[in-house]
Design a protein around this ligand. Structure first.
Ligand code: SF4
Ligand code: SF4
Length: 439
């Protein structure tokens, strides 16, 4: 089998063995559900409810407040207990609606839409927008925006991202095995919007069963092809995936649509299907709860708004005290200090590491070995942009393309001096963006 790949990258230990064979389990929520209004890239949603209101499953409780923003819906029925700022897994505070679950799961009327084959491109994008679908691979970019590129962009490739290159996470893998047809039909919906395009499903070859399953499911669909990808990190990053599948390079500062591509995560496409075929908003997602500190790691389908703690408890809690807990995977995830944060649309995993896995090394001076340069999939010189950022030379940081860093962490992973490269570069990028906003 020919394996497609990109240049550079690294091979971190997978850690996927803990959950890759664990079927998705449905987990019912406890009493309180918390819905931050900022759970996507862009402007936070505007809260539509107040303390004391009764809400139903599927009811819109947050209204998208700009072009780049997304609606938020309640995942249970119950009473709004409060509307107040809460801590999110991203480490920031967001205004949130707190709903007391009445256990009835009474739904708002969600009429089934007409067949998508009778819908226009605009109608589909509007349904996806209303349903609050965002990139569920972690990027959380509003999906309707991605599905409506400027008219001069000639889209000829829709690429489904089933790489799931982030170590430990298996939610996309399980979804591809267990909800295969929804993913394929979701892709067909996008292809209906872009009839000139061909569909590709890119999957790393450490998920051979998913490659097989999707090949079988698409064998009679001439405009969809499953592509086996070499297992290498960060294979699932957009630009690297486009290079692997199409051999096209997205230039610095440009978007996938500039090279004729739209990339969607498999979980997101499942939500497109859910919205367009079933008429239902995004109110749940699959989350991997894993790591050597967890008693029984699992994959769950959970309602948005449940707390991370409920998920860890449903795994039997910890068998060893975790020294580090990460929202997401070990390479791109965010370390969190509490499990008292809600599951949001971008919550792909909760990773709980023991002292053995979570080495927190002291950094030492750069020995100019060049390993970070060899690893960087964006062809940057991480040691140089790291130094420029630390010296607050932001103009030079930008000239050296520091803003092109995709924060994959490959440089940090290979650095023998244990330099905290990704952390430092991430901070510099934030400062550059903040300085620009001030101007
Ligand atoms: S500089 Fe950025 S893109 Fe390059 S390896 Fe480091 S984190 Fe990844
Ligand atoms: S890998 Fe680390 S020690 Fe080597 S050049 Fe890069 S920053 Fe310096």
């Amino acid at each position: 089998m020919e394996l497609l790949t990109f240049k550079r990258g690294v091979h971190p230990p997978h850690g996927k063995y803990l959950t890759e064979n664990k079927a998705i389990e449905d987990l019912s929520p406890n009493q309180l559900l918390v819905y931050p209004m900022a759970q996507h890239i862009g402007a936070p949603a505007e809260c539509l409810v107040k303390k004391g209101d009764r809400v139903l499953v599927g009811q819109k409780i947050g209204q998208a407040s700009g072009f780049i923003s997304a609606n938020i819906h309640s995942s249970v029925s119950g009473t709004v207990k409060d509307v107040k700022p809460v801590l999110t897994a991203g480490g920031t505070k967001s205004l949130a609606v707190i709903v007391e679950n009445d256990g009835q799961y009474e739904e708002i009327e969600m009429p089934k839409p007409k067949p998508y084959t009778e819908m226009s491109k605009e109608e589909i994008a509007a349904i996806v927008k209303e349903a609050g679908v965002v990139g569920m691979g972690g990027a959380t970019f509003p999906t309707n925006v991605k599905l409506t590129p400027a008219p001069d962009k000639k889209i000829d490739a829709i690429i489904l991202n089933g790489a799931e290159c982030e170590p430990y996470l298996t939610c996309d893998h399980r979804l591809m095995l267990e909800e295969t047809n929804m993913i394929v039909e979701g892709l067909q919906i996008i292809l209906h919007m872009f009839p000139e395009a061909k569909g590709y499903i890119g999957i790393e070859d450490n998920k051979k069963d998913a490659i097989q399953k999707l090949k079988e499911a698409t064998k009679d669909i001439p405009n969809i092809e499953v592509k086996a990808l070499k297992t290498k990190y960060p294979q699932g990053a957009e630009k690297q995936l486009i290079y692997s599948v199409m051999k096209r390079e997205v230039p610095s500062g440009k978007l996938p649509a500039d090279v004729g591509c739209i990339v969607q995560n498999v979980n997101t496409v499942r939500e497109i299907y859910n919205a367009v075929v079933n008429g239902r908003p995004t109110i749940s997602r699959v989350v991997t709860v894993t790591g050597e500190a967890v008693k029984e790691p699992k994959n769950f389908r959970v309602r948005l708004g449940m707390s991370y703690k409920e998920l860890v408890d449903a795994c039997g809690g910890f068998k060893e005290d975790p020294v580090k807990i990460i929202s997401g995977g070990p390479m791109m995830g965010m370390a969190i200090s509490t499990l008292d944060v809600p599951v949001i649309k971008g919550s792909s995993g909760i990773l709980c590491l023991t002292a053995k896995q979570a080495v927190l090394p002291e950094e030492s001076s750069c020995i100019r070995c060049g390993k970070c340069v060899e690893a960087c999939p964006m062809f940057l010189v991480p040691s140089a942009i790291d130094s420029l950022g630390r010296r607050k030379e932001y103009e030079a940081f930008e000239e050296e393309h520091g803003m092109d860093c995709i924060e994959c962490g490959s440089c940090t992973f290979v650095c023998p001096a244990k330099r905290h490269l990704i952390q430092s570069i991430r901070t510099s990028k934030k400062t550059v963006l903040a300085n620009k906003r001030k101007k």
